[in-house]
Write a protein of this length. Structure first.
Length: 255
């Protein structure tokens, strides 16, 4: 896509955002790369380094749990030290204006909340990696003590309350999707008049089903992504551009 085409797309998006009465923002790993967190599928992304650990393996194999925590703490600093970028801030501004009913995210880094979007407006489809919880009783745990014990002697955490396995509060491959978040996302997709999919390759299902659902029920679908996605053919507008500058310009929040 030429720069001129992307610019025209951004101008169009600006108008759409102004006339929308109910917008849903849907984000993927691409919105956080400008904060220094690699995505999954770009060159150098997480998948070029690791094959994901399946949930069943985590549950049944101590070696898989150890490898899972090793990976977590190998990348912990990147996520723990990341700050919201222009893309997150532009979305936070749209939420402040009052026309965005929900930010549905596949991300697990907590950066939408850190950018000022109220917690109850963010729907985390794949959970959150900034804390851990017991898979049995759901008690939540800070990562710091778990990290210290793991790095000291590879200790695997177990729940102090019920003895259950502790895992980061993310949804792994093979793990059930969170019911309440799935239900709310569906309601939001059905109720919006503008659905904005940002920084996602739109190939991970069921999350990638929401843009299509919104479009089918009459919403305008806009995709902002550096490269083509699995759903470009469905979209009313596709902007192939860097997210921070594109959203900054579309919301007048660039600096
Ligand atoms: P993905 O890696 O499949 O797709 C990301 C897309 O964003 C790519 O198409 C890439 O071209 C585009 N992109 C990257 N940086 C961009 C930029 N600055 N401007 C414009 N486009 C950019 O990610 P996905 O679709 O979200 O699916 C992968 C899964 O990975 C999700 O389930 C998510 O939970 C998980 N994940 C999350 C994080 C995070 O929380 N930050 C990071 C990596 C992976």
């Amino acid at each position: 896509m030429s720069i001129a085409t992307a610019r025209a797309g951004v101008a169009k998006l600006r108008q759409m955002l102004t006339s929308s009465r109910r917008t849903v923002v849907f984000t993927g790993a691409g919105i956080s790369t400008e904060s220094g967190i690699p995505d999954f599928r770009s060159p150098g992304g997480i998948w070029s380094k690791y094959r994901p650990i399946d949930f069943q393996d985590f549950m049944t194999s101590e070696a898989a749990r150890r490898e899972s925590w090793r990976r977590k703490f190998a990348t912990h600093e990147t996520v723990a030290g990341a700050e919201p970028n222009h893309g997150h801030l532009a979305i936070a501004e749209l939420v402040r204006r009052g026309t965005v009913s929900a930010v549905i995210t596949q991300n697990i880094d907590g950066l939408h909340q850190a950018s000022g979007v109220r917690k109850d407006r963010v729907i985390e489809l794949h959970g959150n990696t900034t804390y851990a919880h017991c898979l049995n009783c759901r008690r939540e745990y800070d990562l710091d003590p778990i990290r210290k014990a793991f790095l000291a002697n590879q200790t695997l955490p177990v729940c102090g309350a019920c003895g259950g396995l502790i895992k980061t509060a993310t949804v792994s491959f093979g793990q059930a999707m969170p019911e309440a978040e799935m239900r709310r996302s569906k309601e939001e997709a059905l109720a919006c008049d503008l659905f904005l999919a940002i920084g996602s390759s739109l190939v991970v299902y069921p999350a990638a089903g929401f843009p299509a659902l919104a479009k089918d029920s009459g919403a305008t679908l806009v995709i902002v992504n550096r490269e083509p996605t699995g759903l470009d053919d469905l979209a009313d507008l596709v902007i192939n551009a860097e997210i921070g500058p594109a959203l900054g310009a579309a919301t007048d929040t660039s600096r």
